[in-house]
Design a protein around this ligand. Structure first.
Ligand SMILES: Nc1nc2c(ncn2[C@@H]2O[C@H](COP(=O)(O)OP(=O)(O)OP(=O)(O)O)[C@@H](O)[C@H]2O)c(=O)[nH]1
Length: 344
């Protein structure tokens, strides 16, 4: 019993979701001594979802392995590759199967924002009733804890990440070493080496008119629908934030500026084409910038914001890249003096 309490204390001591999945796997491995414990989550667009291994610990392994968060989606197995796991995900109930001499027990992991998943315990003997009850209880604590994290990290209207979490996740992304987990393919490693981050600021055009003309509730509905549109436009590993009001920020990972331009352009077009109930057409002004290394959250936000300002003053409903505007001589890059450099 005390071991379970210790594992729960360990689990709820972290705030980083990547670490929490790993901690859960390590805790259950310690507790049950099975052949293996894994967490898989369903990622990708509806209709083409795939299994991403978030943490996996097998006998003889000390450090859990995981799929690269930013790897190519096509390299991951499709959901129907593992029918029992898929049934557990869809039915949201515990399911068991046998693979050769091993017993596999699948527990559903329900998550509002991180994508549903499955915890798989592989053992040489059936888990006892008590073991299954203990795992289910730990997963309930895990789920409640994730709810608390969501409450502090997410915007209550749209469910997107809030302003408060931007600085820390920005710095974490930049600080992450390029080293990839064990088992990542050569192609994924090449992809990782090419990729860089781009920060976009997305601002609804004339949103005041929406509020003034249709009321605040309809204004809120526009914000909610736009956040849903954003979720479908960007990839599962991109980070979406609502900065407050009608301003959104997105951190995406792309190989090149043209690709980033195309991604933001797709959002602009989809928003323009979407029929918002009562309001009708809503347009966006978008500015984006390349995230440098080193960079600060404020400096990169300011650059993208300058590009948004340019879009607003050039007629709105446009996407502009800060670096392109500097190259074209439309904007001038401010060179910071040493005394201006922010310390953090
Ligand atoms: N419904 C709703 N409105 C909000 C919220 N937060 C801010 N706003 C409104 O967003 C509007 C922003 O207006 P402005 O900053 O003038 O910008 P705009 O009308 O979009 O004009 P441009 O950005 O220049 O195209 C104001 O009417 C705010 O009251 C919110 O949470 N819900």
């Amino acid at each position: 019993m005390s071991k379970v309490v210790e594992q729960l204390a360990e689990l709820t001591g972290y705030k980083d979701r990547d670490v929490i999945d790993v901690t859960l796997v390590v805790a259950l491995k310690d507790l049950l001594g099975p052949e293996g414990v894994s967490i898989y989550r369903a990622v990708g667009p509806a209709g083409d979802q795939r299994w991403m291994t978030r943490a996996q610990l097998a006998v003889g392994q000390v450090v859990p392995r995981a799929d690269a968060l930013t790897g190519r989606l096509e390299s991951l197995p499709g959901l129907d590759t593992f029918p029992v796991r898929l049934a557990c995900l869809q039915r949201r109930e515990l399911l068991e199967t046998q693979a050769g001499d091993l017993f596999v027990c699948c527990f559903p992991l329900v998550s509002e924002h991180d994508g549903d998943g499955v915890l798989e315990v592989t053992s040489s003997q059936h888990l006892t009733k008590l073991e299954k009850r203990t795992v289910s209880a730990i997963l309930r604590v895990f789920h409640n804890f994730q709810g608390l994290l969501d409450y502090s990290e997410r915007d209550s209207l749209t469910g997107l990440l809030n302003r408060k979490t931007f600085d820390s996740s920005f710095l974490k992304l930049l600080g992450e070493s390029p080293g990839l987990p064990v088992g990542v393919s050569v192609e994924d490693r090449r992809h990782e080496a090419r990729a860089s981050y781009w920060l976009g600021v997305i601002d609804i055009d004339h949103f005041k008119r929406v509020n003034d003309g249709f009321g605040h509730l309809i204004g809120d509905e526009v914000l909610l629908l736009l956040s849903r549109l954003m979720r479908t436009c960007f990839r599962y590993h991109d980070r979406l934030y609502r900065f407050g009001g009608e301003e959104f920020v997105v951190l995406i990972r792309c190989d090149e500026g043209e690709e980033a331009q195309a991604v933001f352009e797709r959002l602009r077009q989809q928003c323009e084409a979407f029929a918002f109930p009562q309001v009708g057409r809503v347009t966006l002004s978008i500015g984006f910038t390349h995230v440098r290394n080193p960079d600060t959250p404020t400096a990169s936000f300011d650059r993208a914001d300058k590009a948004v300002y340019h879009a607003k003053h050039s007629g709105r409903n446009q996407v502009w890249c800060y670096e392109r505007l500097v190259e074209a001589g439309v904007l001038t890059e401010e060179v910071k003096k040493d005394s201006d450099i922010e310390l953090f």
